[in-house]
Write a protein that binds this ligand. Structure first.
Ligand code: TRP
Length: 348
């Protein structure tokens, strides 16, 4: 049933096809930051014109490691959606859906759970890393729900018959696990489900302001799409620069400077070239360099902030978009359920 047999493709290499669907999702556990923006939101904006696009707010998945804080998950459903709308995802083109309102996903998860072994889930590198990071929550033994979230994610993907899944590199083991479940399902019950392909972009991981390989809320090194100018100023002023540079005319090494790293994301090629040359010669101070960066970040983020502000003032509109999208998406999930039940001889 799959038109495409590669496990993953590069964003630049996929051919637009409005008859194919892409699906991606986020756990609503916090606001989106510029790591999400460069790593995935920008490509979503591009893809919305090339494919039928479904974006899931994965609140059920968020509960697998936040089951003790349902308020946090609920609050962030709206926040995530506002961020998505603010960056230019157009609700007339994109179907936004809320996972907990599609019961077919939960039902598929139960069916698929027979097709996966516990050992295979425990070997999933993404799950393994996450369990190690969540020792405090899980103690000595992880929950059944968390260990099984890749099965639920396979249900997310197949419920909507998605062909392409744009994700960061860290999600590849989950897509692989989904492909295995699909193959197993099809081999036992007959060709029913489509095997999805991951779509990867180059900038799938943006470093934090402190130079950490990962930007994240818990690491305290993130720049949020909703940050105001004062917050941006404070954060950029505190960013890591070449520690060997003490005086303004000391020659610097831009390759180890986070300010330069961010200039490469927000400033023009020409500006970056000058910055690099001047820094190496000791002809540019870090403070001036940071100020220029703040200006360029603000140029990119202020229209996003303004749009977000509109949605903050119109929360009902945000929820209406989510509810309408969910109702639309559920139609596809129901069709899938019918096919699945027929294949599994549960069609009473
Ligand atoms: N696991 C993803 C993350 O943590 C979120 C997600 C849920 C997802 N369902 C999905 C991603 C389906 C792609 C497809 O970011």
């Amino acid at each position: 049933m799959s038109e495409v047999n590669d496990e993953k493709v590069k964003l630049e290499n996929i051919k637009p096809d409005k008859s194919l669907r892409i699906l991606t999702g986020d756990r609503p556990t916090g606001r989106l930051h510029i790591g999400h923006y460069f790593g995935s939101l920008k490509s979503r904006v591009e893809l919305q014109d090339k494919f039928e696009t479904f974006i899931e707010v994965a609140d059920v998945q968020a509960l697998t490691d936040n089951f003790n804080d349902p308020d946090k998950v609920k609050r962030n459903v709206k926040q995530i959606l506002m961020d998505e709308l603010a960056v230019g995802l157009n609700p007339n083109k994109v179907t936004f859906l809320l996972q907990s309102m599609i019961p077919e996903i939960a039902e598929l998860t139960v069916f698929y759970s027979n097709l996966v072994t516990i050992a295979r889930l425990q070997r999933n590198p993404t799950v393994k890393t996450e369990i190690a990071q969540k020792k405090e929550l899980f103690g000595e033994s992880v929950t059944y729900g968390f260990l099984g979230y890749p099965v639920s994610q396979a249900a997310d993907i197949t419920a909507f018959d998605a062909s392409y899944i744009p994700v960061g590199e860290d999600q590849l083991p989950l897509i692989e696990q989904c492909r295995e479940i699909v193959r197993k399902f099809n081999s036992i019950y007959g060709e029913t489900l489509r095997e999805p392909v991951a779509v990867i972009s180059d900038k799938s991981r943006i470093k934090g302001l402190d130079g950490n390989e990962k930007m994240g809320k818990s690491l305290g090194n993130a720049l949020y799409l909703s940050d105001d100018l004062d917050t941006i100023k404070t954060k950029v002023m505190g960013a890591l620069t070449d520690p060997a540079r003490i005086k303004k005319d000391d020659p610097g090494n831009p390759d180890i400077c986070m300010v330069y790293y961010y200039h490469k994301l927000f400033s023009s090629d020409n500006e970056c070239k000058n910055i690099c040359e001047e820094c190496k010669k000791g002809a540019r101070g870090c403070v001036a360099c940071k100020k220029q960066l703040i200006e360029n970040i603000d140029k990119e983020l202020s229209p996003i902030r303004e749009k977000r502000h509109y949605y903050e003032e119109h929360e009902k509109e945000v929820m209406d978009i989510l509810m309408a999208g969910t109702a639309h998406a559920r139609e596809t999930a129901k069709e899938t359920m019918e096919k699945v039940k027929k294949a599994m001889k549960l069609d009473y």
